[in-house]
Each structure stands twice: as C-alpha cells, then as structure tokens.
Design a binder for this molecule. Structure first.
Ligand code: PGA
Length: 236
C-alpha cells in the first residue's frame, strides 16, 4: 500500500484548517495509507486523522524555546515525522548531526522518521546526484538494522519542490532504485522510498507509472482538502 504524506508547511489559518479537516475527515482508502503533517499548532484539530509532524527538536527535552520534542509529539498521537527537509537544511542550516539526533529521538518514542534527501539543481547539473544521496544516506549509519528498516526515505530533488518541474519517470525510478540498493547493500534491510516535489492532480497519472516507489510526499497539492482527496483517489 502506498504511503501518502501531506506536508502543509507554514500554510493555512485556523478557519481554513477547520474547514480542511471537515472536508477530509471521512476519507478512507483501501489503496493508500495517508498521513497529515499540519503546522504543529494545529495538530489537535487533526486528532481524528492519521497524524504526522513537519519537524521535531534535536534535543530530547527541556529548555529550547519554540521547539517541540519527540515525546510531546508522541503524546499528541503523532505517527510519522519529517526530518531533514531541504527547506530546513538550507534556510535554517540544519546539519547531519542534528538530523541524526532528531531521528534518534523519534525512534526512542516509536515515531517513524521520514528522512528527506535530494540534490540541488547545481548538484544535478554537475552530475553529483549519487554523491549527494550517498552523503545524506550516511545519516543512517549510526542506527541499527532494525531501526533503519523502520525509517522512510523521501526522495525530493530540491529543484522540483514547489516549481512544477519534475524529473522524468526514468529519473525517479533510477534514484529510487539507487537509494534502495544502497541501503540494502550497506545495511541489509529494505526500506520504503517516497517521491516528493510538485506532485499534483495533473501529473499523478504519469507518476503512477513509476514501478518501484512506495508513495508520495505532497506539499502544495495537499492544501485543498477535496483536491487532495481526488489526488489520492488516483493512486493505486
Ligand atoms: P511540493 O512540496 O509538493 O509543493 O513541491 C513537497 C515538499 O516540499 O515536501
């Protein structure tokens, strides 16, 4: 079953969130597992739905104004958490050590980390995609096989996020295969790999032809409840 993750980022007001929840609350699917990652402050409004969060603190607990711990997320029923999103790596300078700590905190609480990886346009043009993926996958090296097996990877080329420009299906298939083979050869486990970056209702039928990926991370196209449900209904 595909995993579909809605990443609302820093969008929607309280009123918009209330009508959003109302529009998606009765959705059920036999073909996809779905999870909503709203802004942290709206988590309680989504409590009747499968819950995800967009981030977690790299500290376990205590004094860090503005942050939210894995334990707090767990207490709100969060099942999945995004870590290492490129927007945070670039704009907030999150480094691999912090991302590693976030994953560790999540695993300790039994929350499934979704580790986002992917190259910039410059790195792609310089032919460095595999080098970037290797470097970012090295974050997994401090975890046990069992832990790694529970982590989800989201392959999100930075140049495809919010741009409407997508890799070809062949490119996505190659990257997903590369990630799966790399993890399997390094750690002897198989993992789920999602694709993220400008997934929407107009390209979903094409993306659905990619044979080896395990789901999607959807940003902009998840912000309208009914349209997001239509998008998921097109997935098999
Ligand atoms: P997008 O965002 O679907 O708006 O491109 C995806 C993401 O950043 O997770």
């Amino acid at each position: 079953m595909k995993l579909v993750v809605a990443n609302h980022k820093m969008n929607l007001t309280k009123e918009e969130v209330l009508s959003y929840v109302d529009s998606v609350k009765d959705f059920a699917s036999n073909t996809v597992e779905f999870v909503f990652c709203p802004s942290t402050l709206y988590l309680p409004y989504f409590s009747s739905l499968p819950l995800g969060s967009q981030d977690v603190s790299y500290l376990k607990e205590g004094s860090l104004t503005g942050d939210v711990s894995a334990k707090q997320l767990k207490s709100m029923g969060v099942l999945y958490t995004l870590v290492g999103h490129s927007e945070r790596r670039v704009k907030l300078h999150e480094n691999p050590e912090m991302i590693q700590k976030k994953i560790e905190n999540l695993l300790n609480e039994g929350i499934i980390p979704i580790l986002c990886i992917g190259e910039s346009i410059d790195e792609k043009e310089q032919g460095k995609v595999e080098e970037v993926l290797d470097r970012e996958l090295a974050i997994l090296s401090s975890f046990t096989k069992e832990e790694i097996a529970s982590i989800v990877i989201a392959y999100e080329p930075m140049w495809a996020i919010g741009t409407g420009v997508l890799p070809t299906n062949q490119e996505i298939e190659n990257r997903v295969r590369y990630i799966k083979e790399k993890v399997s050869s390094l750690y002897q486990v198989s993992i789920r790999v999602l694709y993220g970056g400008s997934v929407n209702i107009d390209n979903i039928d094409t993306l659905e032809k990619v044979s080896n990926m395990d789901g999607y991370l959807v940003g902009g196209a998840s912000l309208d409840g009914p349209r997001f449900l239509s998008l998921m209904e097109r997935m098999r």
